[in-house]
Design a protein around this ligand. Sequence first.
Ligand SMILES: [Zn+2]
Length: 128
Amino acid sequence: MRQTQMEAIRKQLLQDRESLLMEIRQKKAEAAALVDSGVPDPGDMSMNISLTDFLHLLSDNHRERIMLIDEALRRLDEGSYGTCERCGEPIPMKRLEVQPFTPFCVECKEDAEREEIQRAGRPEQGKL
Ligand SMILES: [Zn+2]
C-alpha cells in the first residue's frame, strides 16, 4: 500500500473516531436533559431505566466501533494494515475504502459472521 493511501486512511479513521465520540457526548447530553426536564411520576423509575438502557446500547455500539478503529490505527502503525487478520491475505483496497476499520477480508468476515450467528443463535450483520 502506498504511503499516501495509508495517510488518507489514517485521516478518515481519526475523523470517524472523533464523530463517534461526539455522537456519544451529544446523546448523553440529550438524555441528561430529558431526565432533568422531569419524569412524569418521580416514583416511576421505568423512564429513567429505559433511558439508561438506551444509552448503554448506544455507547456499546459506538465503543465497539471505536475499538475497531483503534485496532486499525495500531495496524497502520505496525505496518500490518490491509492484511486480513484471519487468513493473512491482502484485503482489497476497494473494501478498505468502504470500511477502513475492518480487520478481515470479505470471505473471513462472512465466516466470522456465520460463527457469530451460531454462537449467539441470532443473526447479526454489518458490524465489520
Ligand atoms: Zn481473510
